[in-house]
Design a protein around this ligand. Structure first.
Ligand code: NI
Length: 161
């Protein structure tokens, strides 16, 4: 496993659309391991492959709720319900937070590491994370859809050193 370099705000790759994974091979599994390690290193709740420079439709999510990280290959949101205003950040936009509107619930299909199709019904933070990460796969980032006037810049402790 290895930490991969994060692609940050201003990097044009973040605006590109990712391609479907056709075959889940060793390279894909290594990429997923690295994505999980990178997400954990930066205390992220989610990470899309494009954020480490790979235009493939893979996302990883960890809510730190004891259920461990989950990897979703070729995720597709097939149904949404409701709408909530939520605060959001992104590892590619360090220290930036803003409010966005997200569905309250989503139903999504994805492939697991063995290539099985899994259907997940998610709500709250998991629903929000799936939507945020699937947006990345379509070249969309949260600051593009933030509610005007809600952008906040929060300095991290590292900046103060
Ligand atoms: Ni993000």
């Amino acid at each position: 496993m290895a930490i991969r370099n994060l692609r940050l705000e201003g990097d044009e790759i973040l605006k590109k659309k990712s391609r479907e994974v056709e075959k889940i091979d060793e390279r894909i599994l290594t990429l997923i391991d690295d994505m999980i390690e990178t997400m954990h290193k930066y205390n992220g709740v989610g990470l899309a492959a494009v954020q480490v420079g790979i235009l493939k439709r893979i996302i990883v999510i960890d809510l730190y709720d004891g259920n461990g990280p989950i990897a979703m290959i070729n995720p597709v949101i097939i149904k949404t319900k409701g709408e909530v205003e939520v605060e959001e950040g992104c590892l590619s936009f360090p220290n930036k937070f803003a409010k966005v509107k997200r569905p309250e619930q989503v139903t999504a299909d994805f492939l697991d590491l063995e290539g099985n199709t899994i259907r997940v019904k998610a709500k709250d933070l998991l629903a929000q994370a799936i939507c945020h990460e699937v947006d990345h796969l379509n070249g969309e980032v949260f600051v593009d859809k933030m509610i005007p006037g809600t952008l906040e810049y929060v300095e991290s402790e590292e900046d103060e050193k």
